[in-house]
Design a protein. Structure first.
Length: 150
């Protein structure tokens, strides 16, 4: 179990140091802005959707390792998915990080995103891990409000 935890930390650190899909996106159809006041994490998400499919998504912003890694892994996970699939994954992800420690999580559906299962121990970190997802949800729901972590 501690090996697994180390592996998870490595994945999170790797993504926070060199985030994937970082930068501006050409021809974005949806944008979202997220802010987590508890930690100071900021994210600006740009998405290009065609016929209900997420063709590309990129993000900019600054924040802690968890929020940056979460945004990076989210953009990887959602490329090529439908908006409905993305929303379903957000629900699963949210369920995972709010499931009490010691209870099983649906790791088959979440795949690589299970690296964030450890944040369950740290309620403040849950907000860092879900910021990108809340921002995505707002962007595809076309609300213009800034996503806040509750
Ligand atoms: Zn944070």
């Amino acid at each position: 179990m501690s090996d697994l935890r180390e592996l998870y930390q490595e994945v999170i650190l790797g993504h926070s140091k060199s985030p994937r899909n970082f930068g501006k996106l050409e021809g974005a159809t949806h944008t979202g802005v997220g802010f987590n006041p508890l930690c100071g994490d900021k994210i600006h998400l740009q998405i290009r959707v065609r016929d209900g499919v997420i063709e590309a998504l990129r993000f900019e912003g600054s924040g802690c390792a968890i929020s940056t890694a979460s945004a990076s892994l989210m953009t990887e996970a959602l490329q090529g998915k439908t908006v409905a699939e993305a929303e379903a994954l957000f629900k699963k992800f949210h369920e995972m990080v709010t499931t009490p420690m010691g209870q099983p999580i649906d790791d088959a559906a979440l795949n690589k995103l299970t690296v964030f299962s450890g944040v369950r121990e740290f309620p403040v970190r849950v907000k860092c891990a879900t910021l990108a997802w809340h921002t995505l949800h707002n962007a595809v729901s076309e609300t213009s409000e800034t996503a806040k972590t509750e």
